[in-house]
Ligand binder design. Structure first.
Ligand code: IPE
Ligand code: IPE
Ligand code: MG
Length: 242
């Protein structure tokens, strides 16, 4: 839920009419953040979880409607079992620690992806967070867990085909996990790689892309403000003329 007035937004250097409705973030670089400090990769994931708190808070406070974050991709299942175990543990810890504050702030949590692949404890924690926050009116927080854009599209097409023999774009769109968040306006990727890695393939058709070398654990509110200012300066034409 938006907390800041127009004047306060301007004090951050943000134009009130140029705040993206839907931001998506590929939170990359945790492992490199850690190894660069001589720490185990797990320390990077922990630092990454901590960085999330202020980003969600600020996104909500400036009145962004939807924030979709990439926490675990279908391809991340290739990682060593112990790293996956650590990520699952952090996920449970995160929800237990943050759920009350998120709920108080009116955040509505939704997981996107195939949750059934995760251990039962993870599924139950995530489902409980979804149920608790389901009717909240504020920021729609979509957390991509065992998510792949192609898998999402196959699922959406199958669902659309069960509704109609000839699905059109609208039929696909309304069967995406993110149907009520709509298209992405701004896609941010931290960690220096300039690729999409199977994230929200349909929804980013006309997204503005923002890549930064800053690794996810170092992505502070000031870094987000930089991305938002950059977005505000873009001319979005959607294929038309100015
Ligand atoms: C992103 O950080 C978090 C997940 C994919 C779970 P990485 O773990 O990919 O970090 P790097 O890219 O190896 O630095
Ligand atoms: C993308 O990061 C997935 C998440 C951030 C969850 P990866 O580190 O898995 O992506 P690649 O392997 O560099 O493309
Ligand atoms: Mg990575």
């Amino acid at each position: 839920m938006r907390k800041y007035t127009d004047r306060e937004l301007k004090e951050f250097g943000l134009a009130p009419d140029r705040i993206p409705k839907h931001i998506a973030i590929v939170m990359d670089g945790n492992g490199r953040w850690a190894t660069g400090r001589g720490l185990p990769r797990a320390a990077g994931h922990r630092a990454g979880v901590n960085a999330l708190r202020d980003i969600i808070r600020f996104t909500s406070d400036i009145g962004v409607e939807s924030l979709t974050i990439y926490a675990f991709s279908t391809e991340n299942r290739k990682r060593p079992k112990d790293e996956i175990g650590i990520l699952c543990g952090l996920l449970i810890e995160y929800f237990n620690r943050e759920i009350d504050e998120l709920h108080q702030n009116g955040v509505r949590i939704k997981s996107i992806g195939d949750l059934s692949w995760f251990p039962t404890a993870v599924q139950e924690t995530v489902r409980a967070a979804e149920r608790k926050t389901a009717d909240n009116p504020g920021l729609k927080l979509n957390i991509a867990l065992n998510y792949g854009g192609r898998a999402e599209l196959v699922r959406a097409m199958r669902l659309a085909l069960s509704e109609t023999d000839e699905p059109d774009e609208a039929a696909i769109s309304r069967n995406l996990y993110t149907a009520d968040s709509g298209d992405v306006d701004l896609l941010i990727r931290t960690g220096g790689e300039e690729r999409v890695s199977n994230f929200l393939l349909w929804q980013i058709a006309y997204a503005e892309l923002y890549f930064t070398d800053v690794k996810w654990p170092d992505f502070t509110r000031d870094e987000l403000i930089k991305a938002l200012k950059d977005f505000a300066g873009r001319e979005r034409r959607f294929g038309g003329l100015k």
